[in-house]
Design a protein around this ligand. Structure first.
Ligand code: DC
Length: 223
């Protein structure tokens, strides 16, 4: 069974590259960011204090969060995320969730609850799992660890183009910088490059080139 851990900062292209890789090598794709986003939505809907580690940890254990393959007609997404059976794929990408997700995901109790679910998925078959702490914490024995990165300016420009809002590039840049600082600066499972990770800069390489580089490395490991 193979597991490929893909980590990196917000907007580095982890989902796009990870999904393309999963298709190429016929593995299950799991975007762990969606899980933290679904939990954040649950917390906001219930007015849970985002500093209340105990309540958030309990909520993480109680909530049923499922990440699954979309049906063939759902072309607007790479994965569907459900919260208690409800499709929340669109709701988890709102600015309201963007602003709160770092605060929710910094608590140890929350991360502990997520860890079990994420490791269980990797036990079921070949997996490409993307996030912030996959190579360092969730799957420390992954077959291959990849760290995707790009300059904040490159990530912001890409996000603005995706959203069709080139006029808002400065806002996206500020949000990316804020999230980079929060994700890298937290005490528990901060964003770090795993030892031995294959580092790819998505400002220089397109999706195809990244997937090619990862597949070549996998082939070297198999040889
Ligand atoms: O990848 P994303 O932007 O959808 O992730 C949303 C947030 O979730 C991100 O700011 C940090 C958190 N996250 C995390 O702490 N650990 C992960 N493995 C994945 C995401």
């Amino acid at each position: 069974m193979r597991s490929i851990a893909v980590d990196g900062p917000s907007g580095a292209g982890k989902s796009t590259v990870g999904h393309a890789l999963a298709v190429r090598i016929d593995a299950t794709f799991v975007d762990t960011g969606l899980m933290y986003r679904a939990l954040t939505l649950a917390a906001l809907d219930r007015d849970v204090d985002l500093d209340d580690a105990l309540r958030l940890g309990r909520l993480a254990e109680e909530c049923v969060i499922e990440v699954e393959k979309p049906s063939p007609d759902q072309r607007d997404r790479l994965e569907t995320v459900r919260l208690g059976g409800r499709d929340v794929t669109t709701d988890v990408r709102t600015p309201r969730v963007d602003r709160a997700v770092s605060a929710v995901s910094r608590h140890a109790a929350v991360r502990d609850a997520m860890l079990g679910v994420q490791r269980a998925v990797a036990m079921r078959g070949d997996v490409v799992m993307v996030g912030r702490d996959i190579g360092t914490v969730v799957l420390p024995d992954a077959t291959l660890k990849v760290f995707l990165t790009a300059d904040p300016e490159v990530r912001a420009a890409r996000r603005a183009a995706e959203m069709g809002r080139p006029d808002r590039v400065d806002e996206y840049l500020a949000e990316i910088r804020r999230r980079d600082a929060a994700d890298s600066g937290r005490d528990v499972a901060p964003l770090r490059m795993a030892a031995g990770a294959l580092i790819l800069d998505t400002g220089e390489l397109d999706v195809e080139a990244c997937v090619d580089a990862i597949v070549s490395r996998l082939e070297e490991l198999d040889a």
